[in-house]
Ligand binder design. Structure first.
Ligand SMILES: *Cc1c(COP(=O)(O)O)cnc(C)c1O
Length: 411
């Protein structure tokens, strides 16, 4: 054998019984079959074999199983982003003539996807007020097929009554899909929303998760997952996933696998820091409103208590029990100008201007709510608005950063 051939077909094989704390990175487009029969009988649907890199390798199968465990699900598929997880769920479950319901505070690009893509395929959508069950019920018609839920809502962080929504959807024969990026599988169990129930498990049909956020934890990977406990839905998702060619790269899967063991520690730490910032912000006259579900005055606080804090009543203005993601939003007093708000954001030194969350670095994004919300109350739409995403820095440093930026902006 010439060296050039030996470099490809080498006689030495490493012994197979290697074991180490981290999962191996298996990279492949081509997967090699031992014989023709194995090639003809190939299947990847039940994770008992491999067919082609796009449909899974040991690395991605292992990550899928761990994400399914995190969410309390039976099945998971991985996709290249959280947004792709949203798109896949819609495409796998809906068909021409169907209607889908989205909360008014849904993740922004999901609204755009429904408006610009689903509509072209003959699938309509309606927005509903996530804090008004009567509004939601009034929007369910014969062609409504799927109810999307987000808790807490994007940017404004209202916490809806998920239990009541899932119950309503079941009564009306709708599927429910939850964008569980905020809860991350830690704050509550999407497939067992009422663990005290004796009449059986009540959960959503599908949970999507932007693994880009907490599971990655580094601000350096894009990935999403779709999980379910339903075998039929799982098959629909997997087949649609295959046909759309939505595989993920093994190196990206490796990064998420490496971060998963520390995920709960990071989530808890960012939660503690975010609540410290929220408590401090409540005392600052520059802010007309502080939004965080653990704050007694935040919209849907009681729903959050019930689902994430064991229904324990709060003893102060900030609940200290339960779990919440490290996000808070601040509405500025209405006397401040847009220019002052921009100066505030530019003056922050530790909070960087950037989208996403769940990474080590704190981030800030200014939002113009009147462009984003149809159903928000008038008071919410007054004054400038920023969302803070808390990183892993010390809380005191972050508080001092906000304080100095308020001074620089003359607030
Ligand atoms: C970030 C995010 C997504 C999208 O995730 P990407 O990986 O950035 O595409 C979806 N839903 C929510 C609630 C998010 O915060």
């Amino acid at each position: 054998m010439k060296p050039v051939t030996a470099l490809i077909h080498h006689g030495y094989q490493a012994p197979p019984d290697f074991s180490a704390p981290q999962v191996a990175v298996h990279k492949a487009s081509t997967v090699i079959f031992p014989n023709v029969q194995a090639m003809r009988e190939r299947t990847w649907l039940d994770k008992k074999g491999y067919t082609y890199g796009l449909h899974g390798t040991p690395t991605t199968f292992i990550l899928e199983e761990r994400i399914a465990s995190l969410e309390g699900a039976q099945h998971a598929v991985l996709v290249p982003s959280g947004l792709a997880a949203i798109a896949l769920t819609n495409m796998a479950l809906l068909q021409q003539g169907d209607e889908v319901l989205l909360p008014d505070n849904v993740y922004g690009p999901h609204k755009t996807f429904a408006e610009a893509e689903l509509k072209r395929w003959g699938i309509t959508y309606q927005l509903y007020d996530p804090m008004d069950m009567a509004d939601l019920a009034s929007r369910i018609h014969a062609k409504t097929r799927l109810l999307w839920i987000e808790a807490a809502g994007s940017v404004t962080l209202e916490f809806p009554d998920i239990l009541a929504m899932v119950q309503l959807a079941k009564d009306k024969g709708l599927w429910t899909a939850l964008d569980n990026t905020w809860g991350a599988g830690l704050a509550f169990a999407p497939f067992d929303l009422d663990p005290s129930s004796v009449s059986g498990r009540l959960g959503v049909d599908v949970s999507v998760h932007a693994l880009t956020k907490y599971p990655s934890g580094g601000g350096d990977v894009l990935m999403g997952s779709v999980t379910t406990c339903d075998d039929g839905i799982a098959k629909q998702l997997k087949l649609c996933h295959m046909r759309l060619g939505l595989g993920v790269a093994a190196n990206d899967a490796e990064l998420v696998l490496r971060s998963l063991p520390s995920m709960e520690l990071r989530y808890r730490q960012q939660d503690v820091t975010a609540r410290a910032l929220a408590t401090w912000s409540l005392q600052q006259s520059a802010f007309a409103e502080v939004l965080h579900p653990a704050l007694v005055n935040s919209p849907g606080h009681v729903n959050w208590c019930r689902l994430c804090a064991g229904d324990v009543p709060a003893s102060g203005i900030v609940h200290t029990e339960g779990l919440a993601a490290g996000l808070l939003s601040l509405r500025f007093a209405s006397q401040f100008s847009q220019a002052q708000l921009d100066t505030f954001c530019d003056a922050l030194r530790l909070f960087k201007l950037g989208f996403s969350w769940g990474g080590p670095m704190s981030l800030v994004v200014p939002y113009n709510l009147p462009d984003m919300r149809k159903m928000a109350g008038d008071s919410l739409l007054q004054g400038g608005f920023v969302r803070l995403s808390v990183g892993l820095e010390a809380a005191q440093d972050l508080i001092e950063d906000i304080a100095q930026a308020l001074v620089q902006a003359g607030m």
